[in-house]
Design a protein around this ligand. Structure first.
Ligand code: IPE
Ligand code: IPE
Ligand code: MG
Length: 266
């Protein structure tokens, strides 16, 4: 049984009572807030960007593991609309990472039948980052396996504002009534709208690094997601911890506001 930072990590300690069972439900959509790269590097007296480089290796490993587990969509928070506030040198490094990542990893993604998508305000990314992203999307567009969905220059509130603006435009063009706006319409216009309906919302949201907040990620889509927080810093995250988080998910009682009916009371 996995014991990760046993004194510090109350979640992992609690959750280790469950082990991953491949015969129980596997979430179709898993989203991860990949946090803690900077601290991982600082702990080693390395520059913060060394943590981002190592984090990229974790993305490769976790992507393969998720695909082998049968997860259909893996959404990874790579850069938020707020991350532009960081020092220029760090931002430049982060904008170079997709180029290095896709150059090295697209052949593996093709082998794994994984399709790349990038959601976020791509038009504000530097040209070389946009090119790398578009190339990877194009090179993997015919793959039919897991969708590897990067949130890059993504912000949850902006996403909702953009969706509302698009819905408004549609209404103006069709002389529609405000009362015809429903949840389905908004969901269609969110950046996850390209996914089949039943896969748009992650069943499981993981955040690494011990922070217990959402940081403007998938605000709409996580309405009923199960949340899993671990103290592991992103470069230390791995397939085993992914399974630990899924094991926790597998033992939760998802009621969606209803009541649980026990087998013998049915
Ligand atoms: C997550 O790690 C990566 C990005 C936000 C781009 P951080 O860089 O936030 O690492 P910490 O939180 O400072 O340790
Ligand atoms: C969230 O992490 C964004 C990404 C992982 C890309 P941050 O490190 O930016 O979040 P805060 O500042 O701790 O909330
Ligand atoms: Mg952080």
């Amino acid at each position: 049984m996995l014991r990760f930072f046993p004194q510090k990590d109350k979640y992992i300690q609690e959750e280790t009572e469950y082990s991953f069972d491949k015969n129980l439900a596997i979430p179709k959509h898993v989203a991860i807030i990949m946090d803690g790269n900077g601290r991982w590097a600082q702990n080693r007296r390395l520059p913060r960007v060394a943590g981002h480089k190592e984090g990229m290796e974790t993305v490769k490993k976790v992507t393969k593991h998720a695909s082998h587990l049968g997860i259909k969509v893996l959404t990874l928070y790579a850069f938020s609309t707020e991350n532009w506030k960081r020092p220029e040198e760090e931002v430049n490094f982060l904008m170079q990472l997709p180029c290095d990542f896709f150059d090295a990893f697209v052949p593996d993604l093709i082998k794994e039948n994984v399709r790349v998508n990038v959601m976020g305000y791509k038009e504000f990314l530097p040209a070389h980052t946009q090119d790398a992203v578009e190339r990877a999307i194009d090179q993997t567009k015919d793959n039919t396996g897991m969708v590897l969905n990067f949130a890059l220059n993504y912000g949850g509130r902006s996403e909702i504002v953009t969706a509302v603006q698009e819905v408004y435009q549609e209404l103006v063009q069709t002389n529609g009534e405000a009362s015809s706006i429903d949840e389905e319409m908004i969901a269609e216009h969110l950046m996850t709208g390209f996914l089949p309906k039943e896969m748009r919302d992650p069943e499981l949201l993981i955040r690494t690094s011990g922070e217990e907040r959402i940081s403007n990620f998938l605000l709409w889509q996580i309405a009923y997601s199960e949340l899993f927080f671990t103290n592991a810093l992103w470069p230390d995250f791995n397939g085993e911890l992914l399974e630990t988080s899924i094991a926790s998910y597998q033992h939760r009682d998802r009621r969606f506001g209803g009541v649980k009916i026990k087998e013998d009371e049915k």
